[in-house]
Design a protein around this ligand. Structure first.
Ligand SMILES: Cc1cc2nc3c(=O)[nH]c(=O)nc-3n(C[C@H](O)[C@H](O)[C@H](O)COP(=O)(O)O)c2cc1C
Length: 154
């Protein structure tokens, strides 16, 4: 399968997880490529004001992985802007994950993931796997490994 891993990442955490997923998917025989969502002016907390510079088109991929950070106990607003403007996904198999600093998913991660799922549902995605990575948790590596293994097995 041709799989697109589309991520927003400001400081590299989400990108690092995306790379791990890409490596695992490649090792499983898929074609996996990472594409980044970028903005002209990075102004977290300014809803609706983001001008996307890179808004990767998910259409060519057989399946997609969306990854983004948690900002202000919510899905990063830039990712909301991105997901709102992509074309319909037509039941495409989709994985969603978020990374956050705080150690527990209920500290914003679950909410962000719910928002991401809802945005994907609006675009008729078939979300089959989700994950929260808590960067400051001692279990971070295990969380990443679990997400990567499940994504590679889909
Ligand atoms: C503006 C801003 C707001 C943030 N708000 C939260 C938050 O509410 N909860 C949290 O756990 N981490 C928060 N973080 C930390 C990021 O979610 C975390 O470091 C994430 O892994 C960064 O991903 P990235 O390196 O891919 O950008 C925030 C970071 C930024 C820049």
């Amino acid at each position: 399968m041709n799989i697109g891993i589309i991520v927003l990442s400001k400081t590299g955490n989400t990108l690092l997880v995306a790379q791990r997923i890409a490596d695992a998917l490649s090792a499983a025989g898929h074609t996996a490529s990472i594409a980044r969502v970028t903005v002209a002016a990075d102004k977290p907390g300014a809803p609706g004001s983001h001008q996307l510079v890179d808004a990767p088109d998910p259409t060519p991929y057989d399946a997609v992985v969306f990854g983004a950070p948690v900002w202000g106990f919510s899905l990063a607003d830039v990712m909301k802007t991105y997901l709102a403007q992509i074309p319909a996904l037509g039941g495409k198999k989709t994985v969603c994950f978020v990374t956050q600093h705080f150690p527990k998913p209920w500290m914003g991660g679950n909410r962000a993931l719910r928002q991401m799922r809802e945005a994907c549902a609006q675009k008729t995605a078939n979300v089959t796997l989700t994950g929260v990575i808590n960067w400051s948790a001692p279990t971070r590596e295990a969380q990443i490994a679990e997400l990567v293994a499940h994504a590679a097995a889909l």
